[in-house]
Write a protein that binds this ligand. Sequence first.
Ligand SMILES: NC(=O)c1ccc[n+]([C@@H]2O[C@H](COP(=O)([O-])OP(=O)(O)OC[C@H]3O[C@@H](n4cnc5c(N)ncnc54)[C@H](O)[C@@H]3O)[C@@H](O)[C@H]2O)c1
Length: 344
Amino acid sequence: MAHLLITGGAGFIGSHTCLVLLQGGHSLVVLDNFANSSPESLRRVGELANLPTAGRIGVIEGDIRNPADLDRAFTATGHVDGVIHFAGLKAVGESVQQPLRYWDVNVNGSRLLIEAMQRHDCRTLVFSSTSTVYGEPQTFPISEAFTTNPLHPYAQTKLAVEWMLQALEASEPGWCISRLRYFNPVGAHPSGRIGEDPLGIPNNLFPFITQVASRQRPLLRIFGADWPTPDGTGVRDYLHVMDLAEAHALAIAWLLQHQRSLPVLNLGTGRGLSVLEVLQAFEACTGLAIPREFVARRDGDVAKLEGCAERAAEILGWRANRSLEQMCSDGWAWQSANPRGYGC
Ligand SMILES: NC(=O)c1ccc[n+]([C@@H]2O[C@H](COP(=O)([O-])OP(=O)(O)OC[C@H]3O[C@@H](n4cnc5c(N)ncnc54)[C@H](O)[C@@H]3O)[C@@H](O)[C@H]2O)c1
């Protein structure tokens, strides 16, 4: 059992990871400013974990860019063994429009977190990175050996943090760091109690589909019908958020056990799906028709991302095993029970 600090733990991936960690018996402190989430997600995580038989969870409302908030989080339970750092901004288009905000939250926020870790003598860190650091590769699947080529400020800030962590490890012994490059997490916990609750118009395909299905939005906008892919729509490597959550539990356990860093790891299924393939699966799974329109491509998007996650399988023994049908049915279980997200 470990004492872990989870930044951004109230968010989509963070909340599912908190649940897996609590069920694994760990005790958690979440630091979140709720800029893109609600404390209700953590209340439900506690409910699902059937506290107090599982581990424990404390919640601190605060900002990773505020050293006093970080200090409160580190001292809340006396000692922190490791940090999983989810807090950040993640919308590609928004990052093109507001680059300084992305550098401030994602890079400056990570730097301040690392400094707080130094103050509190904690040197074990799992960092949320992204497959968008690879840019627009011409061959697939994408392995960790591929050259990085971040095409927008979001990916640039994530890669900048990866480099900052690499320099930190080289300059100061004792750091145990894992950089996880996620492909496209979707779905929800099968209970339908926690899930993805985006503010405003969703930037990602899955919550857009489920919001159209629940009649929150009239129709799905598909960005581009002329990509160089078999059906002309963008291809992504979608993985179930519960598989991703389990990868975090394995990564932090590995770091705490081995006391050294992990190489960069891709987390995906290795199978790319087009927008139209996902739509077809969702309609087949739910029996609902999703009205759609094709619109222009979006700033920062690429034709295809499909990852090779063999390294994570070899080192952590992890694979994204849940099916596309589970992604659809669990995502729909969440959206249909909570049409307005945590506002219910
Ligand atoms: N969802 C994806 O498709 C995806 C893919 C690759 C990488 N990632 C990365 O994974 C991480 C988690 O993503 P998510 O989908 O759960 O996003 P999310 O927006 O649901 O969660 C991020 C959480 O961080 C919090 N937060 C934001 N700024 C903060 C700040 N300054 N101080 C404290 N808390 C702050 C938000 O309130 C939210 O709870 C992010 O770093 C994201 O860049 C996400």
